[in-house]
Design a protein around this ligand. Structure first.
Ligand code: ATP
Ligand code: MG
Length: 259
């Protein structure tokens, strides 16, 4: 166990790393997943490690899309399962979405470990494991294209946090409405999705659950209006403007730390 001082400036970030390392030791997180997390962390550092306004707007659109869906599916990989298992389960409960394991580096052991991890956090059913991943989506190679015929194959809205660009593109070509959570506004996934929540999955998932609860009772017309007003390109541009303004502002300050 790490002993991180409470006033450590990167305390939260170090605790998140511990969760991933823990997940790695349990066979839930792939070694490549640890590296992918580092790419995300870098963007989080630049974003100020806070949920920004453009993320809140995307979360609202994401909640509306999930509530309007006939067959919403939450696609889960090792990192997401290790970081926010309780919120995956809550989101599924609140929205009626199904949970499907969908791995970039698929092994039978890892998908089973992820399924057990989610079940132990209260998930009722976890699709996409073993024989259940019997359908294939075109244009992807080998194990990466296997999906559940009860899940992603027939889904209309798919939430794919921390997804790879190839697969996001494949989902779009299949006509899915794709929602992602990705800290990098420049990734292919961020730029291909219909709704991109540019935020850390550990902050975005609880907020998404809360938003789904809040919007649940609303008229379908109100939800449709939220989506028709929403423009993902504007969100991506705003995130980049935020980053560039923040860096310019920081660059005009005294940065040296005196100890
Ligand atoms: P793409 O394939 O979409 O172009 P990429 O190849 O740059 O993206 P991948 O490793 O395929 O990156 O996808 C992982 C994505 O998840 C990265 O964009 C990374 O920034 C993001 N990411 C990693 N950890 C987190 C996190 N905790 N919260 C949100 N996003 C994260
Ligand atoms: Mg990639």
């Amino acid at each position: 166990r790490l002993n991180i001082p409470f006033n450590h400036p990167r305390r939260e970030s170090l605790l998140i790393r511990e969760k991933l390392v823990d997940g790695f030791r349990k066979g839930i997180v792939a070694p490549e997943g640890l590296i992918a997390h580092g790419r995300g962390e870098c963007f989080d550092y630049i974003l100020g490690e806070k949920t920004q306004e453009f993320a809140l707007r995307a979360i609202e659109a994401a909640a509306a899309a999930i509530l309007l869906a006939n067959h919403p599916v939450i696609s889960v990989n090792g990192n997401v399962a290790a970081l926010v298992p309780e919120y995956i389960v809550k989101l599924a409960e609140e929205s009626g979405a199904l949970i499907e394991v969908n791995l970039f580096y698929r092994t039978r052991e890892r998908e089973e470990a992820i399924k057990q991890h989610l079940l132990s956090h209260g998930a009722r059913e976890v699709l996409g494991v073993g024989e259940d991943a019997s359908a294939t989506i075109p244009e992807l190679f080998s194990e990466r294209r296997r999906v559940s015929p009860r899940g992603i194959l027939i889904a209309d809205v798919v939430l794919v946090p921390l997804e790879d660009g190839d697969r996001t593109e494949a989902l779009k070509r299949l006509g899915k409405f794709v929602v992602t959570i990705d800290l990098n506004p420049l990734s292919r996934t961020a730029r291909t999705a219909d709704v991109t929540i540019i935020d850390n999955v550990v902050r975005a998932m609880p907020l998404l659950v809360e938003k789904v609860r809040e919007l649940k009772g609303r008229d379908r017309e109100v939800l449709k209006e939220i989506i028709s007003r929403y423009n993902n390109n504007e969100i991506l541009q705003e995130a980049l403007r935020f980053i560039s303004h923040r860096l310019v502002e920081l660059a005009s300050r005294e940065l040296r730390i005196r100890v």
